[in-house]
Design a binder for this molecule. Structure first.
Ligand code: UT7
Length: 323
């Protein structure tokens, strides 16, 4: 059996930064409340006319450059997003055109905040079985377009951005000490379908709709689910949590991140936190955080990186990578 390796990483954030104290006054919120309850200080907001595929293409271009892979050599493109450019065709096909990728399998994957973790597992499976050799996996979102700017309970929590990785197949099965994706686990539980959703869609209202969330219920389940899927994934690789160098979790709320790190017994220094700068960018949050840790020199070759996410569905996933 083959293995998949991450060979390039890139990210893109829209230029406009919206700090808590610049949020619309009618939201009746405060910088102090948002920082205390969520850890968020600011978020990036896509410019008018800037679509999810633009963010995704910019992140993808950066990842291809870092990997030293020509666009023409990509044979699988996955875009994890819940904010597609259009209902169809897949945003992936817009990204494919913008990056000049050759004809290949290209599709969107919709698992909300768990989308990037799901996409890593799906791409890994296709690479390992020989259906593809070189994949571009993107998480990209423009959640600002889904927000109800009159709902302070949700409007303050989300931001826009994109991150991407190049994944390449390696002919050797390898050991847990070798580079590569060592294990991944994903799941969903539709009983929580109504706890975090968008109240529109082509087959129901015929509108795009706005994000709605039962925040307390999501919070309650998030800590348990995120911890459990992380533990299962590390165990599946035959490793222990002590072996983990970096936890790169989905960035929804600082309190959730801290609680999960604590439950897993990880030193807080090993947990990558970007929710303060990016807010919750859904499927983009893990690759954006990975990129920060890579660019500031924390992520080093041979490090063991654990990623985990949970969100609407509920859907959750985790992946363990030897960097
Ligand atoms: O990506 C995965 C999806 N998302 C998540 O993981 C989010 C999970 N949930 C959360 O992060 C938290 O539940 C929130 C940050 C959404 C809310 O924090 P909380 O500590 O659970 O607050 P709460 O909903 O219990 O609300 C406490 C109070 C309420 O006022 P009353 O009823 O006590 O008078 C809210 O109306 O805070 C009020 N509140 C706000 N006040 C100022 C809610 N949002 C705001 C706000 N500014 N933005």
């Amino acid at each position: 059996m083959r293995r998949s390796l991450i060979t390039g990483l890139g990210a893109y954030l829209p230029a406009r930064v919206l700090r808590n104290d610049a949020l619309p006054t009618h939201l009746d919120t405060s910088d102090a409340w948002i920082r205390e309850r969520t850890g968020i200080a600011q978020r990036h907001i896509a410019a008018e006319g800037e679509a999810t595929s633009d963010l995704a293409a910019a992140a993808g271009r950066a990842a291809l450059a870092r990997a030293g892979v020509e666009p023409g050599r990509i044979d699988l493109l996955l875009v994890a997003t819940s904010t597609p450019d259009r209902t169809f065709p897949a945003t992936a096909t817009a990204v494919q055109r913008k990056l000049g990728l050759p004809p290949c399998m290209a599709f969107d994957l919709q698992a909300v905040c768990a989308g990037f973790a799901y996409a890593l597992q799906v791409a890994d499976s296709l690479l390992r079985t020989g259906s593809a050799n070189r994949a571009l996996v993107v998480g990209a979102e423009t959640f600002s377009r889904l927000l109800d700017w009159n709902d302070r309970g949700t409007a303050v929590l989300f931001g826009d951005g994109a991150g991407a990785v190049v994944m390449e197949a390696d002919g050797q099965p390898g050991t847990p000490l070798d580079r590569g994706l060592l294990a991944a686990r994903s799941g969903a539980d539709g009983r929580h379908h109504d706890d975090l959703y968008v109240d529109g869609g082509p087959s129901t209202t015929g509108t795009v709709g706005h994000l709605r969330m039962n925040g307390r219920e999501v919070f309650r389940h998030a800590v348990a689910r995120l911890s459990a899927v992380a533990e299962e994934t590390v165990a599946a690789a035959g490793l222990g949590l002590d072996d983990v160098d970096w936890l790169v979790p989905h960035q929804a709320n600082r309190r959730i991140i801290d609680a999960v790190g604590k439950r897993l017994g990880l030193d807080p220094e090993k947990v990558v936190v970007t929710v303060d700068r990016h807010a919750n960018t859904s499927a983009a949050s893990i690759p954006l955080a990975l990129n920060v840790a890579y660019e500031d020199g924390r992520l080093k070759p041979g490090d063991l990186v654990l990623m985990n996410a949970m969100g609407g569905g509920f859907a959750w996933g985790a992946a363990l990578v030897r960097w």
